[in-house]
Ligand binder design. Structure first.
Ligand code: NDP
Length: 305
């Protein structure tokens, strides 16, 4: 039986692995078939401390994987399909294959909800982004569109006005879903223009984004909007499918921590880190920080038990 199994290979899972393997827990980490998490699909990361010139997302993740392996983490590029946390021995399944562990850290992240249109995938990382905090600075004096009407869209559009000369907020309904205070901030910002009843039909451009084809559901008309970038803020889907009710989740589907128990979930010895729990900050550095916390909590729990 393993002492510790870590599920997930983004900054949270890999930081947990670096700490746990340095602590000689010899963790087994399930990296998933697409290892490295969300940063594998980004270009330059300029806000991860320690890289004054920025670092490419995939390079940062490959370096974290190497660092975890150097201290003795065993990494399997497999997708966990099922877990059974009912006994003191926690069971992790990859198809029919069973693994067991005393403690578990879940760090499977969340996936940004996408529009699902073909051109969105084509321009991914070439003007289409899901993170204003990460990519906003690339749009200084440019025109961008933020898609969505919730708090994230409100926050991201406000943030982008620091750089962009104009921000269109493209909302599919005729109202903003965002909380009153956030919506009021958007409406009071002279750089933001809200486009209600508007749906993105396609992303236009050659090498990079040049515009959007927008359908107005009230007028039934299509028009072209000239923009240099599109930021999606239409929600996140936490990656918890394989858990099937084994740990408590909140009303939005994110894994809950027990009050006063830091990174501990509703199951004794099962810890959580990163975006699968945290939908407020969603940064590589905050996920990494929580990965460190979960590893320390797991180590202390193992010592005690
Ligand atoms: P939400 O689910 O609250 O909002 C998603 C928005 O995207 C809605 O306006 C929704 O439209 C729209 N949307 C969904 N799918 C599509 C689609 N296919 N095409 C176009 N639009 C679409 O997600 P958020 O990420 O905004 O917020 C998640 C949680 O995090 C919330 O509880 C929020 O309050 C919280 N949060 C808090 C912040 C803060 O307090 N500072 C900052 C950010 C988030 P529709 O309205 O039509 O459903």
């Amino acid at each position: 039986m393993n002492k510790l199994i870590i599920i997930g290979s983004g900054p949270a899972g890999l930081t947990a692995a670096i700490y746990a393997s340095r602590g000689e827990l010899k963790p087994l980490l399930f990296a998933g078939s697409k290892s490295g998490g969300q940063l594998m699909t980004t270009t330059k990361v300029e806000n991860f401390p320690g890289f004054p010139k920025g670092v490419l997302g995939p390079k940062l993740m490959v370096d974290m994987i190497t660092q975890a392996k150097n201290f003795g983490t065993e990494i399997l590029n497999e997708d966990v399909t099922k877990v059974d946390f009912t006994g003191t021995e926690k069971k992790i399944y990859v198809g029919e294959k069973e693994y067991s562990s005393k403690a578990v850290i879940i760090a499977t992240g969340a996936s940004s909800r996408k529009l699902g249109i073909e051109s969105e995938a084509k321009f991914w990382g070439k003007g289409v982004s899901t993170c204003a905090t990460c990519d906003g600075a690339f749009y200084r004096d440019k025109i961008v569109a933020v898609i969505g009407g919730g708090d994230s869209a409100a926050e991201e559009s406000g943030f982008l006005t620091k750089f962009a000369s104009k921000v269109y907020l493209v909302v599919r309904k005729n109202v903003l879903k965002a909380s009153k205070i956030m919506a009021e901030r958007v409406l009071a910002n002279p750089k933001i223009e809200v486009m209600y009843n508007s749906e993105v039909k396609s992303v236009l451009g050659g090498e990079v984004v040049k515009g959007l084809k927008i359908f107005n559901s009230q007028t039934n008309k299509e028009s072209e909007l000239v923009v240099d970038g599109m930021f999606l803020a239409i929600g996140h889907i936490p990656n918890t499918k394989f858990l099937k009710g084994q740990v408590d989740i909140d009303e939005l589907g994110f894994i809950k921590v027990q009050e006063g128990l830091h990174t501990q979930t509703s199951v004794d010895g099962v810890f959580v880190a990163g975006d699968v729990h945290d939908h407020r900050y969603r940064q590589a550095i905050t996920a990494a920080g929580m990965g460190c916390m979960a590893a320390i909590d797991a180590e202390r729990w193992l010592n005690k038990n």
